[in-house]
Design a protein around this ligand. Structure first.
Ligand SMILES: Cc1ncc(COP(=O)(O)O)c(C=O)c1O
Length: 392
């Protein structure tokens, strides 16, 4: 291993949302934080070098977006997924969530319906609600810990006000990497009903089986013309604080309208250091990512095995993608707030309560396992102790 993911790096005092704001988020400093989706690992050295190099020039005025920026993203997508994206299809946004807000504003009207597939990344709900649109829930179905889309339910719920579907691919929090047939059926339903698909592919690089993630747009020219894809270096290379993301679509009309809406919201500017970071990460960060994926998969397997052997009432499948584990606590019999309190007060863990991702998440907790193995070992011991005390 060229990179050392075992090293525990103290993030306290770095103004880290995950570590420095525990009191505010959990009501106590006393939790081991394994919640918000950033990693406790340093980003690739090539990124640090690029940022330091740029920082040494002491003028940090408004940046432009150089050709190398788009070229780096285009080549990355080609190398990782074998797909051809043109730089002309791309627009920039500071984050995927702001981009989704803008897309909702641009392609739906107040009162229109937007479909989500809960349990799902919670800011989707807020984006729809805050824009005065209606949320349509098309819940995923669970079978033996694996989740599937419910196409019959989707077909039933669509009406003439249904204008958009937000796809989470790979899916946060359930860790599914959607397969070709699933994506094709979903796209077919949406195209037949003239529903635009927002494909949030922020986790697409964090997939444990090579070649498993299929960018939605790549399935056919028709699908490509019916969707907007969001990608980012923020999850892949741990750069969320640099606020640099990309939206792309092959459809010139959709792109024009999206760019106009981004401009209207004054959201097209991205971070000076984010530009340097993206170029370095996409051009030189691939070996780092490959090692990271091995480490993360080892972490997921560690949790899953620990639970099976020592806390069998709690279950977690190794996700197919993302560094987020969806832990099933339903056998403990704690409902809603009870489980949340148990995790914070008794296990002393800072996780994401399952209910954040929709009512379907009751009895679940999301764990972010992008940390050193040592931190996870501590987390599992805390959980084991708390569960034993609960039963005593
Ligand atoms: C599915 C998904 N979309 C978007 C984001 C956040 O994107 P950004 O920070 O670029 O707004 C996250 C972060 O966890 C996520 O899981």
């Amino acid at each position: 291993m060229k990179y050392n993911f075992d090293e525990v790096i103290d993030r306290i005092g770095t103004n880290s949302s995950k570590w420095d704001y525990r009191e505010k988020i959990f009501g106590t400093e006393d939790v081991l934080p394994l919640w918000v989706a950033d990693m406790d690992f340093p980003c690739p050295p090539c990124v640090v070098e690029a940022i330091i190099k740029r920082a040494q020039h002491p003028i940090y005025g408004y940046p432009g977006k150089p050709r190398e920026f788009y070229a780096a993203a285009v080549h990355w997508l080609k190398r990782r997924f074998g797909v051809d994206v043109q730089p002309e299809w791309m627009a920039t946004v500071p984050g995927v969530v702001p981009g989704i807000h803008i897309a909702i504003e641009a392609f739906t009207n107040p009162g229109d319906k937007v479909v989500v597939q809960p349990p799902v990344y919670h800011p989707f709900f807020r984006a729809i609600r805050n824009r005065g649109r209606q949320i349509v829930e098309n819940p995923l179905m669970e079978k033996d810990g694996r989740y599937y889309m419910d196409f019959a339910d989707l077909r039933e719920k669509i009406d003439e006000r249904t204008r958009m579907l937000i796809l989470c691919s790979p899916h946060n929090p359930v860790g599914r990497v959607w397969e070709r047939d699933e994506l094709l059926e979903l796209a077919d339903i949406c195209m037949k009903n003239d529903i635009i698909i927002i494909s949030d592919e922020i986790h697409s690089d964090l997939v444990y089986e090579k070649g498993k993630h299929i960018p939605l747009f790549s399935l056919s020219p028709e699908i490509s013309n019916h969707c907007i894809t969001f990608i980012s270096v923020s999850k892949t290379f741990n750069l969320a604080g640099l606020f640099t993301s990309i939206a792309f679509t092959e459809n010139p009309k959709i792109l024009r309208e999206l760019k106009m809406a981004i401009h209207k919201a004054s959201m097209e500017d991205i971070n000076l250091f984010g530009i340097e970071a993206l170029i370095a990460a996409y051009n030189e960060g691939e070996d780092w990512l490959e090692e990271l994926l091995l480490y993360l998969k080892g972490n997921a397997e560690y949790i899953s095995n620990f639970l099976r052997e020592r806390i069998p009432q709690v279950k977690m499948q190794v996700p197919e993608g993302t560094y987020l584990g969806w832990m099933d606590f339903r056998e403990l019999g704690l409902r809603g707030e009870e489980l949340k309190e148990f995790i914070i007060r008794k296990a002393k863990l800072g996780l994401n309560d399952g209910m954040m991702f929709g009512a379907q998440g009751e009895g679940f907790q999301r764990i972010n396992f992008a940390c050193s193995r040592k931190t996870l070992e501590e987390a599992m011991l805390r959980l084991e102790k708390a569960v034993k005390e609960l039963k005593a």
